[in-house]
Design a protein around this ligand. Sequence first.
Ligand code: SF4
Length: 104
Amino acid sequence: MQNDQENALRNRIAKMMADGLQTQTEPFPETDREFGQLLAELRDLPAEDLKARLVVSGFVDKPYGPDQMRCQECMYYLVHRKWCDLPELAVPVEPDWWCRLWRI
Ligand code: SF4
């Protein structure tokens, strides 16, 4: 995907959240099993259903929780590309966003 396309998609996601998209931020997957179940749920969704994927993964457009977790510190975040490299998501993100697949 070209940079322009990634920027456009990142803006589209930002707008969906700014417009009030309610996503499933809880429960946070505490165990590998719960994490795996969430990944399986994402894999079952149609690749083109961006909204459903954002909802299931619990996207928010700001740091989350008392620890203020965010994409920037997540192991899947590619800093220079502003990209989520988790294969089940694989979307452009902002460093201050978060989702419940967050891992360090
Ligand atoms: S897994 Fe979630 S928190 Fe981590 S980079 Fe991707 S969108 Fe951000």
